[in-house]
Structure formats: structure tokens, C-alpha cells
Design a protein around this ligand. Sequence first.
Ligand code: GDP
Ligand code: ZN
Length: 287
Amino acid sequence: MNVAVVARVDLRQAIVLDAQGNEIACRVRARFMDRAKRLRGALVAGDEVEWDQDEQGTAVVEEILPRRNLFRRRAAGHQTGREQAIAANLDRVLLVASLAEPTLKEGLIDRVSVAAELCEVPFAVALSKTDLGEAGTAERTAKRYRALGYPVHVISAKQGAGVSELYETLRGTRTLVIGHSGVGKSTLLNAFEPSLGLRIGAVNPVTGRGRQTTTAGLLCRLQDGTEIVDTPGFRAFAPCAVAPEDVIVGFPDLARHALHCRFPRCGHKSEPGCGVRPRWPMTGISA
Ligand code: GDP
Ligand code: ZN
């Protein structure tokens, strides 16, 4: 049995990387597929698998190894409400958000950070296009998210500012990179390694634009072993639905106060002895 990492998944096959970085196209055992014989999230980029050759010499994924985490979102469009698996076994989710052109959308930073917390994946931000944005905005935003414990990298991919410092923090690890189109994600990935944008762009010219692959992650391993999972075709983003009492897990700065709530299933609304409510900036506004 051979062990490999999933680089990308098509409708019915997976491309996996062996330890030497060779790409191997694998069939996948039917038990991992849905009734329409499609993979649909059973296998995602970053999954570690065991594969073997069958009697015909075809590579087949036999096992999916346990995941240490799984980054997911709530599906948009015709599949609204369903969970969509994006990538597994991540060291972090890096959100690229531009200070200008397009304007900074802090709501997106919040939604992705909440999703990352709920999926137990470390979260980081790259504030891009600092050559266009106001220094004050960059500083204020960086300060706000650093205060929550998240690394914030202030960069200009075009001018090369902050890019190598950011790369040093990613080196040798596996990072999912996500961001609205136009924020400079491709420019940044190309700055990491010039072939990266090309390789990602060249992925699966036939189905690469199809709905099955556009929102799933695509894993690339760079020459030094650093792994980047790209998420092309990304538009809206919403965290997966969770039970009301678990929502707070998405907000670590508030979650630590929940330890002091009198009731274990406190809704942090008007319960007596709530540890969160008095510290909530919006105290007084009904939840
Ligand atoms: P993506 O859609 O997120 O992959 O964005 P691209 O990398 O394609 O960049 C979108 C546009 O922003 C392109 O015209 C880039 O040249 C430009 N761009 C990317 N990074 C920077 C930057 O740091 N500063 C400025 N001024 N423009 C940038
Ligand atoms: Zn409470």
C-alpha cells in the first residue's frame, strides 16, 4: 500500500501526489462515492490516502486516512444549505483581502475566521495592495485582527513588499489561500513561485470551470515542499450551520468568557450569570 496526498478531485477520479511529488491519477473505490457515483466531498485536496494498483495496473484509492481538520463552508447557489468540503489537514487558512480595488470587506474576514475556528484550522490574514490603500486603514485593520490573536501580513504583491516575510511563515506547511477575485491572490501566488499561478491555471482545462471543481481546493507542492491549496472561482462565503450553543466557538475572544457562564448551555442572551453578555460590545441590543 502506498501513501499519498490528494492534490485535486474530479468527478470520478483523484490526482494524488507521492512523496517525490509525482502526480498519480487514481480511481476511487465505489464505497466513497454517492449514489450517482460521484465523489462530492468524500475526498478533498489535502486528504491523505492509501492507494494500490488493481489487477489491470490502475491506481486505486483504497483508504482515506483520518483527517486532523476539514475546512468547509455552506454551499451557495443551487446547493444552498449543504456543506461543502474544501480541503483537509490544513496548517492554516490564509485570507487575502485587498485594502483597495476592490475595497476591504471586513465582513468576509469575519466569516472566514469564524469558519476556520469552527473547523479548527488556524486563521491568518494577508492585507494586500497596501500601495493603493491608506496606511491608516491597514494599521487599524491589522491591529484589530492581531488583537484577536490572528497573524496579519501587510503586503503589496505588485511591489514585492512583505511577500518574502509572509512566505517564511508558510514554508514547509500546508496553507489554504482564499480571497475574492481581484484581490491579488494570483499575483501573490506567482510571487511565491512563478510557476504556481500557471500550474493552478492549467489544472483540468476540461472540467476546471465546472461547478464540481471550482469551489474545491487545488493543492500545489512547491519546490521546497511548501504546499498551497488554491480556491479558484470563489464568490460568496458563509460558514457552515452549527448548533446555537456552538456559535461562540467561532469567536475565540468571546468564547473564553463563556467558561464563566453559570449554565453550561447558556445562550448568552439574558441568562443570569452569563459571562459573555456583559463583555459584548453590543450589550443592550437584543441578540
Ligand atoms: P486575483 O483575482 O485575486 O487572483 O487577483 P490578481 O492577482 O489577478 O490581481 C488583480 C489585479 O490587481 C491585477 O490587475 C493585478 O495586477 C493587481 N494587483 C495585484 N496585486 C497588487 C498590488 O499589490 N498592488 C496593486 N496596485 N495592484 C495589484
Ligand atoms: Zn453566557
